[in-house]
Design a protein around this ligand. Structure first.
Ligand code: ASP
Length: 461
């Protein structure tokens, strides 16, 4: 399945970059206005001016050690396929788009099909792309229905006078211009609209201790549903499992009888294989019992103390709210055989993000930047810090104004200057001569590189 997805990505690359269907003509015409020479654009499609080309890909910063084998395998495959088309003269911008689109389609990364949900269980994706010759750039943020956010960013770059489009209007723009949209069911974590259920900002699901029985450990996570009878949207987050109980967050959607934005933390106990929460009397005095079903749904029964009132309903599991700490953002940077640089980044965002939050990935200069005279950069990690320190641009500025090499500029910021300020993450970068560097300050970063004289190399730690 992964091979098919990537194969489709490279096939698209061949069509757009080398064969030149209508889409690439439109792009060629759009660019000719800037270059003044449509032939130059077509020649750029062949792009064999010199021997050197180089590519680096990342599959996200890694915050804790775990199995990143499936991600690494896709990075390896992407490098191998992209190396072949780059050798044939594919353009940097086309390779960036195709590689990232293939990773989005794989469903293995936190981008496109596999994008994680925000804290409310809704997939909101960000992406950007930039080329270094004319400094043209495109970006989308908080899109929910776009199949390939990186291609949506390319569409904004090629077909509009703008750099960034956001939210439902960006979804609509893509629907009307390329049709490459998808129903929520396409996304692994889609179809869960609990955005109006309030959750505290500090939710963090802790892995249960090893000696805690499996059936209890399975309670760790988050579920959402509607209480039948009172139509109350409700999210249950089991934050931390302990031998005899669990730390639980109950969050209730807006409901006149409960007030707006209500959430409470409780300690629950295990009773007869289920989880029992005794709610304090200010919430109506319910004892709620949760039972896990074999299909991973959760049946909840709420019985009012000293009363015959009983509510029962079934909740479905929400995306694991802690998953974002595992990263999985994707990015690519390329130097092609014409000496053109390009960069792109795509993500579902940082774990447990608040609905509406936008990170660095779609921000030109923060998460993505390309300048033919210096370097092309794609970042991954805690986006807020990358935005505040304008990291991707700062690396190129250090090269331009301080005369530093790419290696010194990128390593200096990522490993020395910015960690004391709280920055956690890494970048992949390629300079005008095809030199590649991939510094990070987290536990690891899924990453790989290849060039005209280097076979693909992939590493995580
Ligand atoms: N930088 C991304 C963001 O903050 C997340 C990541 O790269 O892991 O949205």
């Amino acid at each position: 399945m992964q091979t098919v997805a990537l194969g489709a990505g490279v096939a698209a690359l061949l069509l757009v970059g080398l064969v030149g269907p209508n889409g690439s003509m439109a792009r060629a015409q759009a660019q000719s206005a800037d270059t003044g020479n449509p032939l130059a654009v077509v020649m750029r499609g062949l792009c064999k001016a010199d021997e050197i080309f180089a590519l680096a890909i990342h599959g996200g910063a890694v915050f804790a050690r775990s199995d990143h084998g499936p991600k690494a395998a896709i990075v390896q495959q992407s490098l191998t396929e992209a190396r072949a088309v780059l050798a044939s003269g594919a353009r940097a911008i086309d390779v960036v788009e195709a590689v990232i689109a293939g990773m989005e389609n794989s469903g293995v990364f936190n981008a496109g099909k596999g994008a994680i949900a925000n804290k409310a269980g809704v997939v909101e994706m960000d992406a950007s792309i930039m080329e270094g010759r004319l400094h043209k750039a495109g970006a989308v943020a908080s899109v929910k229905a776009v199949r390939n956010p990186i291609s949506a960013a390319r569409l904004v770059m090629d077909e509009t006078r703008h750099v960034m489009m956001v939210g439902p209007d960006a979804d609509k723009f893509v629907r009307e211009n390329s049709g490459a949209v998808a129903d929520v069911s396409y996304f692994h974590y889609g179809g869960q609209n609990f955005s109006d259920v309030p959750l505290p900002d500090d939710i963090r699901i802790m892995p249960p201790d090893e000696d805690i029985a499996k059936n209890k450990a399975a309670f760790s996570g988050a579920w959402a549903g509607v209480w039948v009878g009172i139509s109350l949207k409700h999210v249950l987050v089991v934050e931390k499992i302990e031998p005899h109980g669990a730390k639980v967050v109950h969050a209730y959607g807006p409901n006149p009888s409960f007030g707006e934005g209500l959430h409470r933390r409780f300690t629950a106990i295990f009773v007869g294989g289920g989880l029992q929460v005794t709610e304090p009397s200010d919430l109506g005095g319910f004892i709620t019992t949760y039972r896990l079903n074999p299909d991973d749904t959760l049946t909840a029964t709420a019985a009012k103390k000293n009363s015959a009132e009983v509510y029962e309903t079934t909740f479905r599991r929400l995306a694991d709210l802690s998953v974002g700490d595992e990263g999985g953002t994707v990015g690519a940077v390329v130097r092609d055989r014409c000496g053109d640089l390009a960069a792109g980044t795509s993500t579902g965002g940082f774990g447990s993000k608040t609905p509406g939050r936008v990170g660095d990935s779609p921000i030109i200069g923060a998460g993505t930047y390309a300048d033919n005279k210096t370097a092309a950069i794609s970042a991954t990690g805690h986006g807020e810090l990358f935005m505040r320190h304008v990291v991707a641009y700062a690396i190129t500025a250090a090269m331009k104004y301080k005369g530093l090499s790419l290696e010194k500029a990128a390593t200096g910021l990522i490993k020395h200057e910015l960690p004391p300020k709280g920055l956690r993450g890494g970048v992949i970068a390629v300079d005008r001569d095809g030199n590649v560097t991939m510094p990070y300050n987290t536990e690891g970063m899924v990453r790989g590189t290849t060039s005209n004289d280097l076979a693909p190399v992939v590493e995580v730690y």
